[in-house]
Write a protein of this length. Structure first.
Length: 189
């Protein structure tokens, strides 16, 4: 598969089975992330691989955050929301959490650190696709909660930018049409 085909055919695949993903493939995906561009070679990305019980540990953090956010944590509705939040990390056999740890050098612009990590995530998603794996980039408000940052040991300036849920899937996403690039492009000569 050439790079253009990979870009055009990659889709978010959230439906994966529990089949283990070999460590070597996970490492290839992470390595691809490190080839993203970063201004001044700051390499602001940090990677955390959660498998097995590690996913449950993250689920406990999600449960604590969600419980604290409920007006009445004992209500049936709140209990369902809390249980769903706790089980979210179990949707795939592997989660690669991708964090931003900004450099403290004077010449570093914070937005550029986040852009670099987003580029790393795209490299990782394309690599997973090329390896025949299903992957989806998940975030949401809980992703940016300080307790999540602390769980991963990031600094106060750090933040999780992506949870990449990864696994094997036989799900075939439906093709869809993107807005043609010509409608989104202005040529300034």
């Amino acid at each position: 598969m050439n790079i253009h085909e990979a870009i055009q055919t990659r889709r978010s695949i959230a439906l994966v089975d529990e089949q283990a993903v070999p460590k070597e493939l996970i490492e290839q995906i992470i390595e691809a992330g490190t080839y993203a561009p970063s201004h001044h070679r700051s390499e602001p990305w940090r990677f955390f691989v959660l498998r097995g019980e590690g996913r449950k540990k993250l689920g406990k953090v999600f449960k604590e955050i969600t419980t604290a956010q409920q007006e009445d944590p004992q209500s049936e509705e709140s209990q369902a929301k809390i249980a769903r939040s706790e089980s979210n990390p179990l949707r795939a056999p592997v989660i690669i959490a991708v964090g931003v740890e900004p450099s403290d050098k004077d010449n570093i612009i914070l937005k550029e650190e986040f852009a670099a990590v987003s580029s790393a995530v795209q490299n990782m998603l394309l690599t997973a696709h090329g390896l025949g794996l299903g992957a989806v980039w998940r975030t949401g408000a809980i992703c940016y909660h300080p307790d999540v940052r602390d769980f991963f040991g990031l600094s106060e300036q750090g933040e999780i930018s992506a949870f990449i849920y990864l696994g094997y899937s036989d799900f075939e996403p439906k093709p869809f049409t993107r807005t043609h690039f010509k409608e989104l492009t202005a040529w300034i000569d």
